[in-house]
Design a protein around this ligand. Structure first.
Ligand SMILES: Cc1cc2nc3c(=O)[nH]c(=O)nc-3n(C[C@H](O)[C@H](O)[C@H](O)COP(=O)(O)O)c2cc1C
Length: 109
């Protein structure tokens, strides 16, 4: 396990140039999305959505908002993660207060 993790860390790198003739297959894409979906979040609220963009016109429209990086249009699938930070703030506050009450501790913020 330790060796596998270490090997994975040595191998991992940020890929900048993609082969535009190839597309990620559905099985691999679902694996990637599942890994994201199962990622931990504060209080387990998972306040996110994953948008998978494959439409080339849409990718071209998005590119200027990402420092015009070529990867935005050359990638097989563009995954945008939307985080509903403001939406979950009240829920997190309520959950935090509930925990403080249960532990008989005072809220600091
Ligand atoms: C917070 C963060 C933002 C990043 N943003 C971009 C980005 O906009 N475009 C890009 O090509 N790479 C981006 N990267 C990848 C880094 O450029 C890359 O991880 C760094 O060059 C180190 O290379 P390595 O990941 O291959 O070790 C980002 C990495 C992090 C951690």
């Amino acid at each position: 396990m330790e060796k596998t993790f270490s090997e994975a860390m040595d191998f991992r790198h940020a890929c900048k140039i993609f082969d535009e003739t190839k597309k990620i297959n559905e099985q691999d894409l679902n694996f990637i999305l599942e890994a994201g979906r199962k990622s931990p979040s504060s209080f387990g609220m998972e306040p996110w959505k994953f948008l998978v963009i494959t439409n080339e016109e849409l990718k071209a429209k998005i590119r200027p908002f990402c420092w015009d990086q070529i990867q935005i249009t050359s990638c097989s699938h563009l995954i945008i993660i939307l985080a509903a930070i403001e939406d979950v703030k009240p829920q997190i506050r309520r959950a935090y207060e509930k925990i403080c009450k249960k532990r008989n501790a005072s809220r600091k913020t």
